[in-house]
Ligand binder design. Structure first.
Ligand code: PHE
Length: 343
């Protein structure tokens, strides 16, 4: 065979071997056999210029080459297409005999967190910001700034854990310390909630625990009245227990509000008729609240002549117990898996 043809054949065959896709093969075929510019097509066209003898041998050689290349391409095409099918068959295979895979256990949220997040969603929808506060709090923010001076009997209502050797630091007994912290930081007007953990030195039983959760609310603005407070608390009660829920408020003393109130909602179980959940009273106590005391506004750097405010503290732990029918508060912090896995 002619030297040039021999070279062309070698190169062509190795190009076929190197091809990685059907599209590459198509390109090679076009390069050699393309009607207008294909390399072999050109050579075939050149045959007419040769003498009859030369044309015969050259024609035969070209024909052999053409057949050899066509066969090589066809064979490679089969391989490439075959492997594409094989890959698809493997990846898309469904083995209907395979036993079910064990379900991955991914854990879940604590019931406290579920209720807290639900409330955060409700309050953000009403334009409140959500803040976090320190659990280890200064005596100043936990008591003094809230109009509870040292030696005031009101401190006994919230007996706390002091840090040994640091009498000025306490585990916060409520989320209210964030009222003055927020006023000092952001000024007026203000609209915020603070969910979080609180601690009290309790003799524990089914209704009392040393660690529990509250959600504090604070609104400071001009022309704030008790009806704004009641409106917000009604929205919360209806969100939690349905549109027919009523709110009842009665006076209660807290040093940091004036007037102070104690809030109850109609029992979601008996709708106020009286049952086991509400201890036959028809009402459930779920928050303490009131209009922010002028001393507290001043402590927060806000002028009580210009601004008023209301504040409330929702007992989140109590809401959780009511929502899920939990009859012993101690279960919530116990870490008992058989209890937690129910949520
Ligand atoms: N901090 C009070 C408590 O823990 C509740 C409360 C909050 C009352 C805000 C009035 C205003 O009992």
């Amino acid at each position: 065979m002619d030297k040039d043809l021999e070279n062309l054949k070698k190169q062509a065959l190795s190009a076929v071997q190197a091809a990685r896709s059907v599209a590459q093969l198509d390109e090679l075929e076009n390069k050699w056999f393309g009607r207008a510019h294909g390399e072999l097509t050109q050579l075939m066209k050149g045959l007419k210029d040769l003498s009859p003898e030369e044309r015969k041998t050259a024609g035969e050689e070209l024909n052999h080459l053409k057949v050899a290349l066509s066969e090589a391409v066809a064979e490679k095409r089969g391989v490439l297409e075959g492997s594409a099918w094989a890959v698809a068959a493997e990846t898309e295979r469904v083995d209907i005999t395979q036993p079910a895979l064990p379900k991955k256990s991914v854990g879940h949220l604590h019931p406290n967190t579920l209720v807290q997040r639900d409330l955060e969603d409700l309050f953000t929808s009403m334009g409140f910001m959500v803040l976090d506060g320190p659990e280890l709090e200064s005596d100043y923010y936990n008591f003094t700034a809230l109009n509870i001076p040292e030696n005031h009997p009101a401190r006994d209502m919230q007996d706390t854990f002091y840090v040994k050797g640091h009498k000025n630091w306490v585990m916060r007994t409520h989320t209210s310390p964030m009222q003055v912290r927020a006023m000092q930081k952001f000024g007026a007007p203000l609209r915020l909630v603070v969910p979080g953990k609180c601690f009290r030195n309790e003799a524990t039983d089914v209704r009392h625990e040393h660690t529990f959760y509250q959600l504090e609310g604070l609104v400071v603005d001009t022309h704030i009245t008790l009806s704004h407070l009641k409106g917000v608390l009604e929205a919360v009660a209806r969100h939690l227990y349905g549109p027919a829920t009523k709110v009842r408020v009665r006076p209660k003393f807290y040093p940091f509000v004036e007037p102070g109130i104690n809030g109850e909602v109609t029992c979601f179980l008996c709708s106020g008729k009286g049952c086991r959940v509400c201890k036959c009273s028809g009402w459930l106590e779920i928050f303490g609240a009131g209009l922010v005391h002028p001393h507290v506004l001043k402590e927060g750097g806000i002028d009580p002549a210009q601004y008023q405010g209301f504040a409330f503290g929702l007992g989140v732990t109590r809401l959780v117990m009511l929502k899920y029918g939990i009859d012993d508060i101690r279960l919530l912090e116990s870490g008992d898996m058989s209890f937690l896995e129910q949520f």
